[in-house]
Design a protein around this ligand. Structure first.
Ligand SMILES: [Zn+2]
Length: 249
């Protein structure tokens, strides 16, 4: 088992000295954590090859910019957007336990706190990526409410025998989604809620809700690069292919 700071070190060195196979091996760890397809993204907690660490998305965003890995950006910035907005704007804290030098964007690190032994360094993403995330927050929130959770606000589902009961139940589920989170995660909005949902609506509504939700999630993922002001998936897939497999054929 390796970890993200080690991978960052290997990436920097293998890029500097042009050691392709090491670089690709390191990139595969990042690809496992921030894949380009929704199917892979949904399974990433099972397929990840690096242990969980607070603020990893911020760190990888900085690293990806430093090493020109644009293809990683949509899933990475999506994860950044689910972090506290204050950390996006003011910078994030990275506890680097292997004592490596921290590198955000040059010159943008700021120190905060009073006494010397309590100083925590905050590292900022570059200005463009901070702007991308902040401008995307409202759009991402709207897409969650309007699209991904849109099935909870439909008046009536075709074939439903108890429309007013099911409508009431859907509104109730929407209320619990709204009040139970303090972070933005449109893709995970219904995580662990399907059982409760299926219990309070009829079978027709249960199935139709799930179908509509899954379809909107796919659409959301398709639009993600655009929402974040990044290149489209096909461009990024090509860049990723070059980075991971280029020169092999
Ligand atoms: Zn129903």
């Amino acid at each position: 088992m390796t970890n993200i700071p080690i991978i960052a070190g290997i990436l920097r060195l293998s890029t500097k000295y042009d050691v392709d196979y090491l670089r690709r091996r390191a990139l595969k760890h990042l690809d496992a954590l921030y894949p380009l397809t929704l199917a892979a993204f949904d399974k990433r907690q099972e397929t990840r090859t690096t242990p969980w660490r607070d603020n990893t998305a911020f760190f990888v965003a900085s690293l990806a910019r430093e090493l020109r890995l644009e293809w990683l950006m949509p899933p990475v910035l999506y994860c950044v957007c689910s972090c506290p907005a204050g950390d996006i704007v003011d910078g994030y804290i990275w506890n680097n336990d292997v004592g490596q030098e921290e590198r955000g964007d040059a010159g943008e690190g700021e120190e905060e706190g009073g006494r010397k032994d309590q100083v925590k360094k905050r590292i900022k993403l570059n200005k463009e990526d901070r702007g991308r995330c902040v401008s995307a927050l409202i759009d991402l929130g709207n897409r969650e409410k309007r699209d991904i959770l849109g099935f909870l606000t439909v008046d009536e589902v075709h074939g439903c025998g108890t429309p007013s009961q099911c409508r009431k139940a859907r509104v109730e589920v929407l209320r619990t989604v709204d009040t139970s989170r303090d972070y933005l995660d449109p893709l995970g909005a219904m995580d662990n809620r399907w059982e409760a949902y299926a219990k309070c609506v009829c079978k027709v509504c249960a199935e139709e809700g799930r179908r509509a939700h899954d379809e909107e999630r796919e659409r959301f993922w398709d639009a993600l690069p655009r929402v974040l002001g990044l290149s489209d998936w096909d461009v990024l897939e090509e860049l990723k292919g070059e980075a991971l497999y280029g020169g092999d054929s």
